[in-house]
Ligand binder design. Structure first.
Ligand code: TEU
Length: 574
């Protein structure tokens, strides 16, 4: 292990996750073993050879806990059990054992900013006299207002999934706070008992054999000192929630306490905190090992570059390459040698990278998917591959609202139409940004339903599965799959890819993404044409490539600096 250092490893993480590549599985859409149309844990276990072939080190499993599935499992009603839709605890134990036999670790999703409203904690909390009353955020209606009517909410915050962030509970006579859906009430982390309950649960999972946690919206656990009204924009009386939350005063304190009490570092766990709104400065403190908080965070800046403004995810703005490059570069430099980055384009909340940042038409899909992979994986940090990204899976292009299932998309559609927006504008936004783009079933082969299920899939399979599927990709040495396999291999082989200092080249180029990574006497040079037109890389911008070794490329070597559309190359100079 490159980073295991003397006796410090007892207290600090060894950094085993630094040369690692993580593969994210969205269980509902990965593989269905029992024909009910929904993916499940035995389905995942049946695909371990596939993960081994790809070469990933870690699996991050999106939630499989008991859940009413208002938000596909991000609304948990029992943290200690598996939802029957996905299998049993025994199935999960088998999955962990199977992964460990292959040297692959398992990271669980940890959703503790909120629970389901059907969690017994919340049910108990609805009684104003219960000892759990303070476990959630209960507030009286706005003084003088009729409870349950629009505007009577304690403050004017809008929830992330539409509507006000407060819901009135008649039984309680008060409102409770929910940053996401009304079925996802926020836990009150100010309460020591809440924190204790969560740390207990986390220890229980670590004892069961899990190797880390991906922590859902973990920066939201510390709320602002005062929950107050914000200034509304014209046309909407409620103010987007992320203007209020995300940088609470006790975040660092809570993370340190969690690390200490669960033994996150002491037990060498991988910890990645999902943090909408996190800044470089915050992330640097959080990922500085000396602070014993988390190994890395998921930041959102680069996936928010194609929206008009905060809280306006659906108001599309064209993406500019210089802005995207600059953003990743700022994070590389900003976390520098102190902290650690996570690297992602895709996950279960984002549209497919090849459709969004690449060119998913028949001519350039393969090369643009490969080139996006090259660029991302050669940055410094831990890369995350989201299921199907390694096949170059594309957005869904649904034509009817009935095809969408995601609560965020469905609610947005209804809200936007009720505000008088034109239906085709709304559908265009959904087509570009809906989370369902990432959630259509995984393509395994060209049999019916892409080999995902023998039943009717819960979300329609993308029609292009005949051409884009794992079996075809594995049999084709030039596929996106084999390109990703090689990118992962390179990371395992070359220390410069793990540790090398990052420097962006040609920052203003609107076509070329180029950078170097340097460590001791090694320099890695990446040049990528991120456009569908040919280009030439100006030689004077590059280190001397005359004696460079070509490690991986999308096209056959030509010896010139002319790049075909979506051509990329990785060189090593020593
Ligand atoms: O997502 C948090 C988050 O802020 C976004 O990515 C969210 O999906 C946003 O609304 C997109 O516009 C996390 C989970 O990854 C997501 O699946 C959950 O729905 C959410 O938290 C609530 O648990």
């Amino acid at each position: 292990m490159i980073f295991q250092s003397s006796d410090e490893s007892q207290r600090r993480p060894s950094g085993w996750w630094k040369p690692a590549v993580v593969y994210q599985i969205y269980p509902r859409s990965f593989a269905d073993s029992n024909g009910d149309g929904t993916g499940d844990i035995p389905g995942i276990t049946s695909k371990l050879d596939y993960l081994t072939e790809l070469g990933v080190d870690v699996v991050w499993l999106s939630p499989v806990y008991s859940s009413p599935m208002d938000d596909n499992g991000y609304d948990i009603s029992d943290y200690h059990n598996v939802d029957p839709l996905f299998g049993t605890l025994g199935d999960l134990d088998d999955l962990i054992a199977g992964l460990h036999q292959r040297g692959i670790k398992l990271v669980m999703d940890l959703v503790v900013n909120h629970t389901s409203d059907e969690h017994p904690w919340f049910q108990e909390s609805r009684d104003p006299n219960s000892p759990k009353r303070d476990w959630y955020w209960w507030r009286p209606p706005r003084p003088g207002a009729e409870p349950g009517t629009p505007g009577a909410e304690p403050t004017n915050m809008a929830a992330a999934f539409g509507g006000p962030a407060w819901d009135y509970d008649e039984r309680s006579g008060e409102y409770y706070l929910h940053i996401f859906s009304r079925k996802q009430p926020d836990l009150n982390w100010e309460n020591r008992e809440v924190r204790r309950g969560i740390y207990d649960m986390m220890r229980w999972w670590v004892d069961r054999g899990v190797d880390g946690f991906r922590m859902d919206v973990i920066n939201l656990i510390s709320k602002p000192e005062k929950l107050e009204d914000g200034v509304p924009e014209p046309g909407n009386q409620y103010v987007p929630i992320f203007r209020f939350v995300g940088r609470g005063p006790r975040l660092h304190e809570f993370l340190r306490e969690m690390n200490r009490e669960v033994g996150l570092d002491a037990r060498n766990l991988l910890t990645v905190g999902e943090m909408p709104g996190v800044t470089i400065q915050m992330a640097r403190a959080i990922t500085d090992p000396a602070n014993a908080e988390l190994n890395m965070v998921f930041q959102f800046e680069h996936v928010d570059l194609d929206r008009m403004a905060e809280g306006h995810k659906w108001d599309l703005k064209p993406l500019e390459l210089p802005a995207l490059k600059k953003n990743l570069s700022d994070w590389q430099v900003g976390l520098g040698d102190v902290g650690w980055n996570s690297l992602y384009f895709d996950n279960h909340d984002q549209p497919r990278a090849v459709s969004r940042f690449g060119d998913d038409g028949p001519q350039h899909r393969v090369n643009s998917a490969k080139t996006l992979g090259t660029v991302l994986h050669m940055h410094k940090g831990t890369p995350y591959v989201y299921q199907g990204e390694e096949l170059g899976m594309t957005n869904t292009y649904f034509s009817a609202i009935e095809q969408y299932q995601d609560i965020e998309s469905v609610n947005y559609h209804a809200d936007a139409l009720s505000l008088g927006m034109e239906a085709d504008v709304v559908m265009r936004s959904l087509s570009a940004k809906s989370r369902d783009n990432a959630r259509t079933p995984m393509h395994w082969d060209d049999s019916s339903h892409a080999g995902f299920s023998e039943g009717i899939p819960w979300l329609p399979v993308n029609a292009n599965y005949l051409a884009i599927n794992a079996r075809a990709a594995m049999g084709d040495p030039d596929s996106v799959f084999h390109h990703f396999r090689k990118l992962i291999e390179l990371r395992h082989e070359y220390r410069v890819i793990v540790e090398g200092r990052f420097q962006l080249l040609l920052p203003d180029s609107e076509q070329i993404w180029a950078f170097t990574r340097s460590l001791d006497n090694s320099i890695l040079v990446v040049i990528a044409n991120c456009s569908s037109a040919p280009t030439v890389v100006p030689a004077e911008a590059l280190p001397d490539l005359g004696r460079a070794q070509l490690l991986l490329a999308t096209h056959a070597a030509t010896g010139t600096l002319q790049l075909q559309p979506w051509e990329s190359r990785i060189y090593l100079l020593r």
